[in-house]
Structures are given as structure tokens and as C-alpha cells.
Write a protein that binds this ligand. Structure first.
Ligand SMILES: *Cc1c(COP(=O)(O)O)cnc(C)c1O
Length: 417
């Protein structure tokens, strides 16, 4: 089979058996078939190399196939990949301990699952179960997953409408508006759920004091604070956790994307001893998952935390993020089509001054060997989340490609004007 035939076959099967409309969308952006990856590079069916500056929406913080994580998973694979479910599992014990050490103070126990949405589902059950309250306050543009419970807290009409009624009792306020949050959080509120930097909503960094203000208000009325760090966790924003930018300790912190080291899927919900007491005392099996906390995923998680620490990836994220932000601001100054560059660490958004051009610009980048994506809840914003191991040379190359892609997008728009 030639590479062209392989691509045709895969696209045909997507169209016939997976999702025809998604197939069309991916085809338009110019994506081929992924075959192989390492570090910051993905190779397609032709052997063409792409700089991965999307990083799986934050999954590939360690890059693709980090050797330490691969080895840990291989070792476990040879011994016992999945849990027998009745014995103690050492990997789960070790990872839960490591998470208690690296997460903000007070987060004691961890429930393991397989994805970000599942981590949020657990958080929602824990806050309702432990407070006896049912009201949840979330943010417009907030993204917490697409399963029914998580979706009820996801702040975008487009993904919710067709499935209503969703879980009742959820209210939305503007992200970053502390006064609005204060007014919405009351004695009936079980929890405020918030991303420490709004990702899918368009890469919005909250004003300083927002997170600590939320912490203060939730405490005042006996409500809980859920920090959804599924995307921001483990160094992405230049701190180990987004909460660390303000020294805030939430009652519950969710993680997923980067935790599996880009090798295994895993979700984790860390919470206080107080919540643990209220949920588990009456029934240790109150919330469970067959595959959650499996030995392979936990081996990957443990190796990931070690790599993040040993390779100084949190500091690296802050440093490389600053370099990239500077370069992007220079590019922005040369293009009227770009209205803003914002972000924290290596979680960066580039906003276009017009709707519907993000997709066009991304197609231009793909053509030149670089992968980026727009944000789910805000198609005006291109998001850049390269692996934290990205080199300065790779950043320079990506900046050059982005500059050219925006120039060509402007030329295409001018031709149509
Ligand atoms: C991606 C994401 C989720 C959902 O995770 P899935 O693994 O896709 O279910 C939840 N919250 C945030 C902040 C995310 O970025």
C-alpha cells in the first residue's frame, strides 16, 4: 500500500464508520494519518515531520514517547497490566502519595479514573455528597468535559442545548469576575468549579486575586472550591499547578491530560481528608471505576511526576513560555489580523481579529509542518501548547512558520475582499 492509498483508506473508513463530518473537517485542515512520534515531532504516512505545538491539548507535556515513562509502562506490562481488583495495588498507593506531595496543601486522598471528564464527575459527586447541597456555580466558556454531569458545568450552549435537561442546579457567571462569583456563591452552594486558566474558552488568564477571592468566598459560606486542572496541571502554566500562582489550596483538584506522561490515559481527583471522611466512611465503595487506578496508568503517572521534577519542567515551562510570548508579541505587532497574545507558561492563545480565520491559518501552518488548533469554545483563538521539553530552536522554527502562515492567510483574505 502506498502512503496515498493508506490515507485514502483511513479517510474512507472514518467517513463510513467513525464520523463523516469530522473526517471532512480534518481533511480541510490538511491532516494526514499519524504514524509515529517522538519528542516534539509527529510523522505522517509520508514520513513528513510536524512540529507538535498543540501537544494533544496538554497531553504531551513530556513530549511523545518519553523514555522514562515508556520504560515504566513496559516494566509493568510484563508483570501485571491491569488490577485483579481485590488485592492492594502498589502503583496506585505510590502515585496517590506522590500527588499528595506535589498538589497544594490539604489535598490528601486521590480517586483515580481514566479521563478528565471522569475526574470532574467524581469531583461533582464528592461536593454534593459531602456538603448535602446541590447548587454548583461554574463559568461561561468554562470547559469541564462532555459526559452528562461534567457537561452540565461546561459553559457553552452549543454543546449543551441538544441534551437538556442536564443536571439541575448549575449557575454560570463570567470568568474572572470576582464580584459576580461572590454574588452567586451562597449558603446553598455545594461548590464553585473553575479552571485556573480558562483553556477551551479561549486561553483566558484570570486577574490576579481571582482564585484567592474564590477561596475566601467559598469558605465564608461553607461551599467547596473545585480547581479543574485537567489541562493546566503538572507544569503547563509555569507552576506545578495553576492554583500555585496565587498560593490557593482548593478542596478538590482534578487532573488528567499530562498525568499519563503522553503514554497512558489517566484521570485523578485529589481531595481533602474532610471530604474523604464524608464520602468513604459510610461506604468505601461509594464511587468506583473498573479501570481507574490501573497499574499501567499509575506506573505512567508516577514516572511522569519524577520526570517533571528531575528535568525541571515546571521552570522550563515558565522560561520557554516567556520566550515564546515575546516572539508572538513581535509577530502580532506586524499583523493587523492578530488582535491579542495571552497565556501563562506554555499555555498560550493567539487571538484573531476576525471570526472564521483561525481554521484557515491552521491549515497554512499544517502545510508548513506545524500543528496547532483552535479552542473548542472560541474558534477565534489558536492555542499553542507545545511539550514542556520543547527546545529554543523548535520555538524559533514554530514562530517563523506562524508568521508566514498569518501572512499567507492575510493574502488569501485580501484576494477575497
Ligand atoms: C480536556 C478537559 C476536560 C475533559 O477531559 P477529557 O479527558 O476530554 O474528558 C475537563 N476539564 C478541562 C479543564 C479540560 O481541559
Amino acid at each position: 500500500m502506498t502512503p496515498d492509498q493508506l490515507q485514502t483508506e483511513v479517510v474512507r473508513k472514518y467517513t463510513e464508520f467513525v464520523n463523516p463530518y469530522l473526517a471532512k473537517l480534518m481533511n480541510f485542515a490538511g491532516f494526514g494519518v499519524e504514524m509515529e512520534a517522538s519528542g516534539c515531532i509527529i510523522r505522517d504516512q509520508d514520513g513528513t515531520e510536524y512540529l507538535d505545538f498543540l501537544g494533544g491539548y496538554g497531553v504531551f507535556s513530556l513530549g511523545h514517547r518519553h523514555p522514562v515513562v515508556i520504560q515504566a509502562v513496559k516494566d509493568q506490562l510484563e508483570r501485571m497490566p491491569l488490577s485483579g481488583k481485590t488485592f492492594f495495588n502498589k502503583n496506585q498507593a505510590d502515585l496517590a502519595e506522590a500527588l499528595a506531595q506535589v498538589t497544594p496543601e490539604g489535598l490528601q486522598f486521590t480517586f483515580f479514573s481514566n479521563s478528565g471528564a471522569e475526574a470532574v464527575e467524581a469531583a461533582l459527586k464528592f461536593v454534593k455528597g459531602s456538603t448535602g447541597r446541590s447548587k454548583i456555580v461554574s463559568t461561561h466558556g468554562g470547559y469541564h468535559g462532555k459526559t452528562l454531569g461534567a457537561l452540565a458545568t461546561t459553559g457553552r450552549e452549543k454543546y449543551r442545548k441538544q441534551f437538556e435537561p442536564l443536571m439541575p442546579g448549575v449557575e454560570f457567571v463570567e470568568y474572572g469576575d470576582l464580584d459576580a462569583a461572590r454574588a452567586a456563591i451562597d449558603e446553598h452552594t455545594a461548590a464553585f468549579i473553575v479552571e485556573t486558566l480558562q483553556g477551551e474558552g479561549g486561553i483566558h488568564v484570570p486577574p490576579h486575586g481571582y482564585l484567592s477571592g474564590l477561596r475566601e468566598r467559598t469558605r465564608e459560606v461553607g461551599a467547596l472550591l473545585i480547581a479543574d486542572e485537567v489541562q493546566t496541571g503538572l507544569g503547563r502554566t509555569g507552576k506545578m499547578f495553576g492554583c500555585d500562582h496565587e498560593g490557593v489550596s482548593p478542596d478538590i483538584l482534578t487532573m488528567a491530560k499530562a498525568l499519563g506522561g503522553g503514554v497512558m490515559p489517566i484521570g485523578a481527583t485529589s481531595f481533602t481528608a474532610e471530604i474523604g471522611e464524608k464520602i468513604y466512611k459510610q461506604n468505601p465503595l461509594m464511587h468506583t471505576s473498573t479501570f481507574g487506578g490501573n497499574p499501567l496508568a499509575c506506573a505512567a503517572g508516577l514516572a511522569t511526576i519524577r520526570v517533571v521534577q528531575d528535568e525541571g519542567l515546571v521552570e522550563r515551562s515558565a522560561e520557554m513560555g516567556e520566550k515564546m510570548m515575546l516572539g508572538l508579541r513581535e509577530i502580532q505587532a506586524r499583523h493587523d489580523l492578530l488582535s491579542e497574545v495571552r497565556g501563562q507558561g506554555l499555555m498560550i492563545g493567539v487571538e484573531f481579529a476576525m471570526d472564521e480565520v483561525g481554521e484557515l491559518a491552521i491549515a497554512q501552518m499544517v502545510k508548513r509542518g506545524m500543528i496547532a488548533a483552535y479552542t473548542l469554545n472560541n474558534p477565534r483563538v489558536i492555542r499553542l501548547e507545545p511539550p514542556l521539553i520543547v527546545t529554543e530552536a523548535q520555538i524559533d522554527r514554530a514562530l517563523g512558520i506562524l508568521d508566514e502562515a498569518v501572512t499567507e492567510t492575510e493574502e488569501i483574505l485580501a484576494a477575497f475582499a
